[in-house]
Design a protein around this ligand. Structure first.
Ligand code: GLU
Length: 350
């Protein structure tokens, strides 16, 4: 009996030690981008995104093995200018599987920076978990002098293992900063310091491998989101029309003729249309193609019923979403309803 007791004690002690020393299980999903890009020479600006595979990315930053039990998979290997609805659906489904069925504690996604903000927002609305989901990329290719990819990947893993990054939605981790999916925007074509968090600023930062959170998003996301892509094979078709002086109505008309489900206006000022474009937009809305007004201005909301009477025309105001993110929300909204008031409500909540 005494013998059995000691064996049991040893077994419990072993389990506690293993349990305490077990590192969080983090999965890295690689999708390409400059972080996986190769330039012609280490000092050149000419390069091709999405060239090296996930193992090369991991080999460049072995220090992440101190932070987490790391494994990885390659979903696609593309420049993020080629990101599309099909990859988004695949990615969202895979992240949900990893976090909800396969027991991972967090997911890091390596991604090109061009459309990172759109993918982050799409996942923010379709991942059903409180666990950290962090996107990281780089502005310099993997073989450039002072490549920023390894540090961004290390910081992203540091965020993914941090309990502080749970329950605050999908984040982007670039240039030591943490940015939330709704407000993050790429602001500079070539600088490493390209991402900004909009008027409210960054969500936090990583210092010495530790996440520090300064504020939390106040919009609904992840587990609170009503959008469910688990059974979807495709998304509604939504296009964006850019506003400018003397604008042609042809792009808006082309989307109507191609039977798109929705159109987002990147309008001038507070989401205003050129008169010819407005005429086509009213006809489109009457045919059931949902028009959402956003703005080409980099800051400030597109307000409901301002210079345009949205109530009268049944247009939706994008509020704080830029055109590319308004497109993401409109696509998901159209999987639920075609009622413009309900869609406007989504724009208030998400
Ligand atoms: N076009 C590339 C991409 O988005 C380059 C931008 C980057 O990754 O930094 O994948």
């Amino acid at each position: 009996m005494k013998h059995l007791k000691s064996i049991l004690l040893v077994a419990v002690a072993l389990l506690v030690t293993v349990g305490l020393s077990a590192k969080p299980k983090i999965r890295i999903i690689a999708t390409g981008g400059t972080i996986a890009g190769i330039s012609t020479t280490s000092a050149s600006s000419a390069y091709t995104a999405g060239q090296v595979g996930i193992q090369t990315l991991l080999d460049a930053v072995p220090q992440i093995l101190n932070l987490a039990d790391i494994s990885g998979e390659q979903l696609v290997n593309i420049g993020s200018q080629d990101m599309n609805d099909e990859v988004w659906l695949k990615l969202a489904k895979r992240v949900n599987e990893l976090l909800n069925k396969e027991g991972y504690d967090g997911v890091v996604i390596t991604h090109g920076t061009d459309t990172m903000e759109e993918t982050a927002y799409f996942l923010n609305l379709t991942v059903k978990s409180d666990k950290p989901v962090i996107l990281a990329g780089s502005m310099r290719p993997s073989n450039a002098i002072s490549a920023d990819g390894p540090a961004n990947l290390y910081n992203a893993v540091a965020a993914a293992v941090s309990p502080k990054c749970r329950g605050i939605g999908v984040l982007c981790c670039m240039n030591n900063q943490l940015l939330d999916a709704k407000t993050v925007i790429k602001t500079h074509t070539i600088d490493c310091d390209t991402f900004e968090g909009g008027p409210s600023g960054i969500i936090g930062y990583i210092y010495n491998g530790e996440a520090h959170i300064l504020q939390t998003p106040n919009n609904k996301h992840t587990k609170e989101s009503v959008f469910d892509v688990s059974k979807l094979e495709k998304l509604p078709k939504v296009g964006i029309v850019y506003g400018y002086a003397n604008a042609s109505a042809l792009p808006m008309q082309a989307f109507v003729d191609a039977k798109f489900d929705g159109i987002v206006l990147a309008g001038v000022g507070d989401g205003n249309f050129y008169k010819d474009v407005f005429e086509v937009a009213v006809k489109a809305q009457n045919k059931g193609i949902q028009i959402v007004r956003s703005s080409r201005c980099p800051t400030g909301p597109t307000c409901l019923n301002s210079e345009v009477d949205d109530e009268k025309y049944h247009f939706v105001a994008a509020l704080n979403l830029n055109p590319q993110k308004a497109r993401v929300l409109l696509m998901l909204a159209l999987t639920k309803t075609h009622d413009w008031k309900e869609i406007q409500e989504f724009f208030l909540e998400y």
